[in-house]
Design a protein around this ligand. Sequence first.
Ligand code: SAM
Length: 226
Amino acid sequence: MQVFYVVATPIGNMEDMTLRAIRILKESDLILCEDTRVTGKLRSRYEIETPTMSYHSQSKLAKVETILEMIKEGKTLALVSDAGTPTISDPGSFLVATIREHFPELHIVSIPGPSAVAGALSISGLPASDFLFLGFLPHKKGRETLFAEIVESKRTVVFYESPHRILKTLESLASKLEKGRRVVIARELTKVFEQTVSGTALEVLAYFTDTPDKVKGEFVVMVGAA
Ligand code: SAM
């Protein structure tokens, strides 16, 4: 049975690699990855000798066609991203949709593992059975509409943010959210300087304004329901 695998990889701590993910990457014919250097570190750590080919957000249609051709030849391919679960704010959705369209009989199998959204929610203390995930907020167009949606949301809202924009985002939240709303930041999950900061938007903003050395790394922002 031919399979196309979508494989989750660590979001920081290299030990967060499942036994199944290692085996599947070893057994596949080719690993499609965002950056061959990033995936190269994982390959050497786990002695995975499978060759890699890049597939990223800038990949052209010709690359997709090459991949479809390899599937047609019967090859077992595995898709990974630089970190976490492919397609979650990462490339891969278009590729998976195209593969589904061309090979409706092919088994597309998830090898689950880390994702920053799940890790962050699990330690937030916010209700996480039902949440709204926004990925990265747009920089300009649509940003205000999304903030309005966050303010109104009856569900926990989760989104990803870069260190360059986190203060600006917290300022927006502090100016728009009702006073009682809880904001939780999960920073550098699974890494040496992993940190969670929880409070009102104003308190969290004050914390990061007062400790600028913490305004770096990777951030997940979570906002409690209205
Ligand atoms: N596919 C990934 C996943 O499953 O989580 C997300 C990739 S997205 C390009 C990268 C963003 O995810 C970062 O900017 C940050 O917002 C979030 N992220 C990834 N790793 C993280 C970590 N270790 N701690 C906190 N946030 C993280």
